[in-house]
Design a protein around this ligand. Structure first.
Ligand code: SF4
Length: 324
């Protein structure tokens, strides 16, 4: 922890590692998700807004029966690699005035970024890694989308590049996971983490605070349990009801926390049970205001973060304090 902060933020960790400000460039590489295309389910997790273009998915599924599927897929993948390169250049052009010396990581963020054959994944990841301005890669995925050949590919990339893999877990409670239609169990997540860790790959776990049906004790249990493994990082998302999600139709009035203060109180209890070496990647929601239904204060990220920092200081507490 540095700069007087009371938790181990990923921005501080990246600054330590690269020696300068490090920026993640969000990449949409055209993936879809097995929980949307019918492989695992339709309609996605109940809280998911379904962002992402899904361009690659269309080519992988629709063309799989066509006579010249291989050739057409190659054309589609080639178009996507160009898209990835241009997206990186455009984002760096926007950032470089303000941060002329920044380091950049390519963040494969939209949908399930290991949901394609390993050789297609290699081509797409390389589209970013071949850019000399890119110093590392971040891959977000589901724990049930890591077959052995994809794990081998990730291991190979990890040996030559700075990398971490983000796994959406959301909760360790299978009954809640099932109610949300997530489509995999905690055991599947555990297996995926162990496979990644055994290859020396950094793992970041996503949890949602405020899922319908969960008490605060259940949320704390999720945090405690995932921290039993040597994770690189953790992302705590404030539960948001988002337009275009299934929950927007079934529970439009659901409010996970009555106030910012209540949410901040829970975040502090979470931080106190997270070992200090685990990096903190998020402590709020991250939904654009135009998509947000509730809690209506969720878009005030700066206010929430300031309140967390203020409360930590006032209570004289910090990340890992309850573990001493
Ligand atoms: S796994 Fe991720 S992308 Fe797929 S439906 Fe769930 S939240 Fe959305």
């Amino acid at each position: 922890m540095q700069g007087g902060t009371r938790f181990n933020s990923i921005s501080d960790e990246l600054k330590r590692h690269f020696g300068r400000k490090t920026i993640k460039l969000g990449i949409d590489a055209g993936f879809t998700c097995p929980n949307r295309d019918g492989t695992c389910g339709y309609g996605g997790c109940a809280f998911c807004s379904g962002g992402g273009s899904g361009e690659l998915a269309a080519h992988l599924s629709v063309l799989s029966d066509a006579e010249n599927a291989g050739a057409e897929l190659a054309v589609a993948v080639s178009a996507l690699t160009e898209q990835i390169s241009s997206s990186i250049s455009e984002q760096i052009a926007l950032m470089s005035d303000k941060w002329p010396d920044a380091a950049y990581l390519a963040y494969f963020q939209s949908h399930t970024n290991t949901y394609a054959p390993a050789e297609t994944l290699r081509t797409l990841y390389n589209a970013a890694l071949d850019d000399p301005r890119i110093e590392g890669i971040v891959i977000a995925t589901r724990p049930d989308c890591l077959p052995p050949d994809v794990l081998d590919l990730l291991s190979e990339i990890n040996q030559g590049h700075y990398m971490w893999v983000e796994l959406g877990l959301q909760t360790v409670h299978d009954e809640i996971s099932e109610a949300m239609g997530i489509g995999y169990t905690y055991e599947t997540y555990e297996r995926a983490v162990d496979e990644l860790l055994s290859r020396g790959i950094r793992v970041v776990t996503h949890l949602i605070l405020g899922l319908p049906g969960e008490t605060q004790d259940m949320m704390l249990e999720s945090v405690r349990k995932v921290c039993e493994r040597p994770l690189f990082g953790i992302k705590l998302h404030l539960m948001n009801i988002v337009r275009t999600s299934r929950l927007a139709e079934t529970m439009p009035d659901y409010v996970p926390f009555a106030s910012i203060e209540e949410y901040v109180g829970l975040v502090i209890r979470c931080l106190e049970i997270i070992p200090p070496e685990i990096t903190i990647h998020r402590l709020t929601g991250d939904v654009p205001r135009r998509l947000l239904i509730s809690p209506e204060w969720s878009y005030r990220k700066r206010t929430i973060l300031n309140a967390i920092n203020r409360e930590l200081a006032e209570r004289g507490t910090f990340q890992g304090a309850a573990l001493l």
